[in-house]
Design a protein around this ligand. Structure first.
Ligand SMILES: [Ca+2]
Length: 150
């Protein structure tokens, strides 16, 4: 963890009220345990401390959701929902035409992504800029080529 990130994690953020996203204050002892059932939760630090975001629908842009506090700052996740979710390197699920990575996180997966790498070596720590439930079709899929975390 960088010194800047450690310092920022001690600040509190208040709820934004954005649809499908909920931010909570960050007590020093924030843990995975605050993640509500059936939500997809993201955490600022690899040990789940610091800012956290809870999602039922996801967001197209972490630069806007939650006041931008978790934009390119996610270091741990917990999928407490019943379906796979896709994490995207860029906002708008790469819909802006910018190539990027996707990571499918399967239900129940919980832990640090600080050491998670894509098949091409891309390091996922502090890279997530949007997230949505995976799309159901013939199996589950993300909107761009993805790696799996399960
Ligand atoms: Ca990003």
């Amino acid at each position: 963890m960088s010194r800047i990130k450690a310092a920022l994690a001690t600040l509190a953020v208040t709820a934004t009220g954005l649809a499908g996203a909920l931010a909570v204050q960050s007590p020093a002892a924030a843990t995975y345990d605050q993640c509500p059932d059936r939500n997809f939760c993201i955490f600022y630090n690899a040990d789940s401390s610091g800012y956290q975001g809870w999602f039922t629908e996801g967001t197209d842009d972490l630069g806007v959701a939650l006041g931008g506090k978790l934009q390119d700052q996610t270091s741990a996740v917990w999928n407490r929902s019943t379906k796979p979710w896709c994490l995207y390197e860029h906002a708008k699920q790469n819909g802006t035409g910018v190539p990027g990575h996707a990571l499918m996180v399967w239900p129940g997966w919980k832990g640090s992504i600080a050491g998670v790498r894509a098949s091409d070596g891309f390091a996922w720590n502090d890279q997530v800029s949007s997230l949505r439930p995976a799309i159901s079709g013939f199996g589950w899929y993300c909107l761009t080529t993805w790696d799996n975390l399960r």
